[in-house]
Write a protein that binds this ligand. Sequence first.
Ligand code: P6P
Length: 339
Amino acid sequence: MSQNNLITMDEFTIQETRKFKQATGDLSALLRDLGLAGKIINNQVRKAGLVDILGQHGATNVQGEEQMKLDVFANETLINILKNCTECAGIASEENDDHLSYEDTYSQNAKYVVLFDPLDGSSNIDVNASIGTIFAIYRRVSPIGTPCTLEDFLQPGNKQVAAGYIIYGSSTMMVYATKLGVNGFTLEPSIGEFCLSHPNMKCPEKGKIYSINQGNSVKYDEGMMSYLSFCMENNKEEGRPYSQRYIGSMVADMHRTLIKGGIFIYPGDKSSPKGKLRLQYECNPMTLIMEAAGGMGVSGKENILDIQPTELHQRTPIFIGSKNMVEKAMEFVKAPQNA
Ligand code: P6P
């Protein structure tokens, strides 16, 4: 594409803003700043193999996981960029025990809060697999002009104003959803801009890929086991078994699912009934994106976006992807004997 055909993410978000007379441009500015954080993190990720940035940072995060130095860098980058951007009153991060309310007046007068997983899939850093940043944007419920509160970060996913991810893969992309739909932007390094590359993204209603860590299946219940058998049989729709793909990095597995169709599953099991993935900064943003693209995301009991959070770092089982594959999985998971 010649340079003069490129539409940068900033130009695109401004064009989108103009569709709403009452829009102030604050959300566009916030998305631009998240893109800036992504570019800064991208620079470090691309150097990870060269700079002595690999290896355990030593500290452990609230999940009890050893923090890779890149995790810490990504977290601090997002916190600082959002602190200086004037559209964000505060943040909550996978890497921090509690939410953080910015203390300056500009921030306290902001109307949005942001939750993020700064570097999801970080255990894949030293094997050079794709990793990513996931974010969710909410309008605060606490009064403008005051410090934001925990309630701002415990809103259900259906209250998200926007959500997205940045994937540090064979190329660096930023994908985000608003009520207008899902759009993908690829970083053009020669100009340092995210440029529109995947307009109006739609998740194929059908798919042929199931994505799950089958190593956990010894702990699955009867419904999950019957669904796995279905995936591995010559199922009627496809006339062949589904293909199994699992990268172990949610952003990478979800990006493939969004583009190619399929289903990504991290279910609950006998030892972890709520599964592993976090509701507020992994499952909710990915479900908003998937639903805006025509897919769906459920916990096995309810739509992910309808779950009322009670804790900042709570987990939920997730079945997400092509609508007809998620519905089929629910036939097994909800009532195995009727499948
Ligand atoms: P498992 C990465 O640690 C992560 O949080 C997600 O990115 C990924 O989908 C999942 O955990 C992988 O978990 O148990 O299969 O290694």
